[in-house]
Design a protein. Sequence first.
Lengths: 283, 205
Amino acid sequence: MNSLELVRKLYDGEIDIEALAKDLDEDARQELTQLLEAKAALEALPRSRPAPGVIDGVVAEAVRRKEARSTMTLILTNRMLQRLAAAAVVVVAVGVGYLTLRTDGILPVDRANAPAVSSEPTVALGQAGAKEPDEEMAEAPAESMNFADQVEQKPAPAAIAASPDEGRERDRSVFRQDFDEVGALAAAEPSSGSAGDHLPAVLGREAFLADSSLKKEGEDDSGLMTWDLEEEAFRTFFWQVRALDGRSPGEDWEEAVPLEGSFERLEKQQPGNDGLLKTRGEQ
Amino acid sequence: MQMHQDDAELVSAFVENADEKAFRTLVERHQERIYGFLLGMVREPTVADDLFQETFVKAVRAMQRQRGSYTSQGRWLQWVMRIARNTALDHLRSRKRSRMRLVMENEEGLDLDQIVADGEPDASDKLHRQQQAVWLSACIDRLPPEQREVVLMRHESELTFREIAELTDCSINTALGRMRYALLNLRRMLQETDANELERIELAS
């Protein structure tokens, strides 16, 4: 039996020391005696207790911490609920305000829900299943929106075009159709306003036709200048249509004026339009 | 009724229901084991009182958070003893310099009898049993820290050697070996103290 086993047996509870000593040699028996003496001395030590009041202090502190934690949890919960309630009030107030403004007509109607108008202008038109803008226009109920709205919601040219030539040609055909309709409007309602009211529309049509002729004549192979002119012509046309639709042009009217120089080119090509240009420029 | 509940039930009653009596029962049940260990480590009753309180404050905090090393597996005492040990070691580290000075003085020839005489001026007038207790406490204090820790955990806290091994991060054989050396050292120191006492009595007479 080695020394560690001796120590283990010594603390192993019920042990017959005499029987154990008989099995040991002289050295081990001597060590066992020394261990027993030291162990007996340790066991004779009186047990110590904390000073009176320490346990009361420990218990009071534990209860205080427990209650403080419960209170803190309650406070945090209340605070969180208050914040949630405040957020809910703000959301409701904003929602009610928005609905009120929409009902009063101050905010525009959500056009995403308008029928037969594509809400995804990035779809390539050459793609299978995609509808041409003209088809969409044809499917849209005539009474659902006026002509200006239809023009306004046309997809951006840059997004439509799968290739520059294809997109340009398609836009050109759409523009022509729009101009024709404007011309028809002007002819059908000659008494709806003064003659000057329809002048911008005629001007825009002429400008567009002039730009188209420029492209067809191949004066700009890169297409950039031609495209700018077409866009400018369309912008002019757009605001003129708004004017025909009974809306005030306001400051936007100035933005719709073609770039300087483009009219001069038009004048050269269409000298019969001098008076009209001057009249519009004076406005 | 609560005296018959085991530690896990008392802990659960305190944590879940804030049962003050359950916690008091728990503390009173183990006060001697924990306080005896702390007193043996720091040798100063007032400091041991403070460390005792600090130990339970840490334990309560850990129990409330429901995290840390405590798991309700019926080993609450061992868990609190680990906290008590760490608390005592932190305290000893904080006063390491002064303690090292004391050890150096002892090694320089300040005999154990002088230490006992400083702590107990009237030791010679008290009963032999009380003298033995004081001497033994001083002897325990002179043991190497690892041996002193094992002695205190075994005799004051009544932990098994397996639990001591787990608490002190060593093997059971290491814990047994430390206990063996501690007992042999204590016996030798007690013999020397008895011899010095006998010599002093003879000189006095």
